[in-house]
Design a protein around this ligand. Structure first.
Ligand code: SF4
Length: 328
């Protein structure tokens, strides 16, 4: 069986929200809570959920922008969370991030050639005399002319700026790229181009992606497997086809019903979620989705309000955290 490229094991990231007079923590925001996930070489794993569910925090933990509160990030047989910063830097070069906002992520005072060359120079990835060629190659790889290297970010369109951001990530010769909603700030017509580009680059450069998005419609095109997050927890993971044809968790079903369908014959009834969203600050025990779950009444004798259901495998590769689907 293929070894995972990276494994998240019982990973948590909690933020202290309040302390008492003695400095003891009295209130905690559980952005990511006991999350376990394997990402395999060459695959694109789509991570989906609404704002505040913790998906971006997972991405930031992977690229070392946050330190985990608990759990392991195992890459190359090493737990990155336990390394000292200098040791971690060597591994973190393999894991790069493409930001959501292509404009804010580029230094407006630097020509794009310098933006792409900087990580190559700082990490001594190429001899000095070859850096210019490498920058030209990377610009071509993302569909831009090498002659654009002297232009500044404001001279590009949104889609072109995101291509520059992708080229900068590729400059580090990564194995895994965390794509944090890379198309959500772009026009719909440009989104497909950037998704196709990422798809092509994954083959050309042998990349693995963690692709973070709000909605299941965006990740459908690009993902091999999809994970759905709700309030810091993974609630469903499945291969793409299985998830879209046989969603099991009530929240996944609601997300799928929100995807616009042009063919009237294929339209299904929209599931509108009611009830308050459980606060991620000191969440109550029980299923995190319980306050909005329209299927809770079907789960007779379940512990929906008592304990969070564990993520269980219900069919090969299909895991769900819901008492309605207890698995084996
Ligand atoms: Fe709904 Fe209960 Fe399943 Fe949670 S465990 S999703 S509350 S049925």
């Amino acid at each position: 069986m293929t070894e995972p490229l990276i494994s998240l094991r019982h990973l948590s990231k909690h933020f202290t929200m309040d302390r008492d007079l003695l400095g003891r923590t009295t209130s905690v925001l559980k952005a990511v809570d006991d999350l376990s996930l394997d990402i395999f070489p060459g695959e694109t794993f789509g991570l989906v959920g609404e704002s505040g569910c913790g998906k971006t925090t997972v991405g930031k933990l992977l690229v070392d922008l946050y330190t985990p509160t608990a759990g392991e990030i195992v890459y190359g047989g090493v737990d990155l969370a336990k390394l000292r910063p200098q040791e971690r830097r060597r591994y973190c070069r393999d894991i790069q991030l493409i930001f959501q906002d292509p404009y804010a992520s580029l230094n407006p005072r630097m020509p794009v050639g310098d933006i792409i060359a900087e990580p190559i120079r700082v990490n001594r990835l190429q001899p000095a005399e070859k850096i210019d060629d490498r920058v030209g190659y990377l610009l071509n790889a993302v569909g831009l002319s090498a002659n654009y290297r002297n232009r500044f970010p404001h001279e590009f369109s949104g889609g072109q700026r995101q291509r520059v951001g992708i080229a900068r990530a590729l400059a580090m010769e990564p194995k895994l790229i965390v794509c944090d909603e890379p198309v959500s700030a772009l026009d719909v017509s440009i989104q497909a181009q950037v998704l196709n580009l990422l798809d092509d680059l994954s083959e050309e450069f042998g990349l693995t992606y963690l692709f973070i998005a709000h909605g299941l419609n965006v990740v459908k095109h690009i993902s091999d497997r999809v994970g759905v997050m709700y309030l810091g927890k993974l609630v469903e993971v499945a291969p793409k086809r299985e998830l879209y044809s046989n969603p099991l968790h009530p929240y996944t079903k609601a997300l799928l019903s929100a995807i616009p369908v042009t063919n009237p014959a294929l339209r299904t009834e929209r599931i509108l979620l009611e009830g308050d969203v459980t606060s991620p600050i000191d969440p109550k025990p029980g299923c995190r989705f319980a306050s909005r779950c329209y299927a809770k009444s079907d789960c007779v004798g379940c512990d929906c309000d008592v304990e969070m259901p564990p993520l269980r495998e219900v069919s090969p590769g299909h895991l769900v955290a819901c008492y309605l689907h207890p698995g084996d």
